[in-house]
Design a binder for this molecule. Structure first.
Ligand SMILES: Nc1ncnc2c1ncn2[C@@H]1O[C@H](COP(=O)(O)OP(=O)(O)OP(=O)(O)O)[C@@H](O)[C@H]1O
Length: 262
């Protein structure tokens, strides 16, 4: 049963349309990654799914009683205000001490309960954010560039943890990521966003799509080379028939509105 769906979703800030005509479905247990350039509406999409910005068009439908865990891009904690990890984990719902201890163990930062949030390293901080999200026993975990600021090993370890959590709990995951390693290795499905959905499908299919390549090029940070099969022919961004508008299909990249892809 679908956890969350957006249909014809549009979000505007004043006169500026940040998102338009976005269709998205997340099923239980799947890992979906949203990629897109800066300003392409990724965080806006997350905020609309969370219900903190109101759609200007279309709608978001959540399964009744859906529990969502959210790990933001960053969280500013005022260093003049004391806030221990223990207190942070109990916001907004009070948590049992044993439950907190077990969760910190699980996310790989045992024994940090009495530390100040402002005294944590970037990697520890993100794991504590994840612990807090998981304490709500979510059916859907939303990660908005949750590894920003972490180095490559820290990022890899964080996403390994996410995969472990998915395997153990069956939680569905929607993540925004700039890290193409993650996109290629961990996602069941990728959505390429640029104000609208340019293309979506399985990672290897999306990364071969002309819309994706027009946005990211062929060798972003060299990572593509690790995963892509060899292409010995050029893609023309307009060499596909784009009159169709599929619902997301595993194994197929679906394209929309290629005129805006690059
Ligand atoms: N609160 C806001 N008020 C006005 N404009 C906003 C607001 N939030 C975002 N925008 C604008 O909406 C567009 C999409 O922003 P959004 O943060 O969703 O993009 P993004 O893909 O997450 O970007 P990034 O990769 O840089 O984090 C941008 O042009 C941004 O300036």
């Amino acid at each position: 049963m679908t956890l969350i769906a957006a249909q014809g979703l549009g979000v505007s800030y004043g006169a500026m349309a940040a998102l338009r005509d976005v269709d998205l479905v997340i099923e239980p247990g799947e890992i979906v990654t949203v990629v897109g350039p800066n300003g392409s509406g990724k965080s806006t999409l997350v905020r609309a799914l969370l219900g903190v910005v109101r759609p200007s068009a279309g709608q978001v439908t959540r399964r009744a009683g859906l529990r969502i865990g959210y790990v933001p891009q960053r969280l500013a904690v005022d260093d003049r205000m004391p806030l221990s990890v223990r207190r942070f984990l109990s916001l907004p719902d009070r948590r049992d001490r044993d439950e907190m201890r077990a969760m910190l163990d699980k996310v790989g930062v045992p024994g940090l309960e009495d530390r100040q949030m402002t005294a944590l390293s970037g990697g520890q901080f993100q794991r504590v954010l994840l612990a807090r999200a998981l304490l709500a026993d979510p059916e859907l975990l939303i990660l908005d560039e949750a590894t920003q600021g972490l180095d490559q090993p820290g990022t890899a370890a964080f996403y390994q943890l996410i995969e472990d959590v998915r395997r153990e709990t069956g939680v569905a995951i929607l993540m925004v990521s700039h890290d193409l390693h993650v996109v290629m290795s961990a996602s069941d499905r990728v959505i390429c966003l640029n104000g609208h959905v340019c293309c979506q499908g399985q990672p290897h299919v999306v990364t071969a799509a002309p819309e994706y390549r027009a946005l990211f090029g062929l060798g972003t940070h060299g990572t593509m080379a690790l995963y892509q099969h060899k292409h010995d022919h050029a893609h023309d961004a307009c060499d596909h028939d784009h009159d169709h508008d599929h619902t997301p299909a595993h194994g197929t990249a679906t394209q929309k509105d290629p005129a805006h892809a690059g």
